[in-house]
Design a protein. Structure first.
Length: 130
């Protein structure tokens, strides 16, 4: 009887807690032949990408960006806005920070967005590579 070895690669689940409120993804605005994003959204995105990069700085994550993942987003605090715009903004930040390869359906086949009301605003993001 021949021995068959199964190769198993351990890929850790990543979990992040972001502080503050998520700014919903904004549509680009147009001024003549130039397009731009609102200042509030641009500034939030810059700060969030910086926060994500600092959160992963201490890890040995040689497998970034993640090619395919299941993602669970939990928004905590008093919330307003559409779930798709809030999730879209966070996914854009994960791609810009180099954590996810892309935010297409082929790369994120499973996505859930949850809300936990409360007084303190934060966001929990759990990423399970597939």
């Amino acid at each position: 009887m021949s021995e068959t070895r199964l190769s198993y690669r351990f890929t850790p689940q990543l979990s992040f807690t972001l502080t503050g409120r998520v700014v919903p993804k904004a549509r680009s605005r147009h001024n003549g032949d130039r397009s731009y994003l609102p200042v509030r959204y641009r500034q939030w995105k810059v700060n969030t990408v910086r926060e994500l990069k600092s959160l992963i700085a201490g890890f040995d994550l040689t497998e970034l960006p993640i090619q395919q993942a299941s993602i669970e987003i939990t928004l905590m605090g008093d919330r307003r806005g559409d779930a798709n715009n809030l999730a879209g903004a966070l996914l854009d930040c994960l791609v810009s920070a180099g954590i996810l390869y892309d935010d297409r359906l082929a790369c994120i086949p499973q996505l859930s967005v949850n809300h936990c009301p409360g007084k303190r605003s934060s966001t929990q993001i759990d990423i399970k590579p597939l």
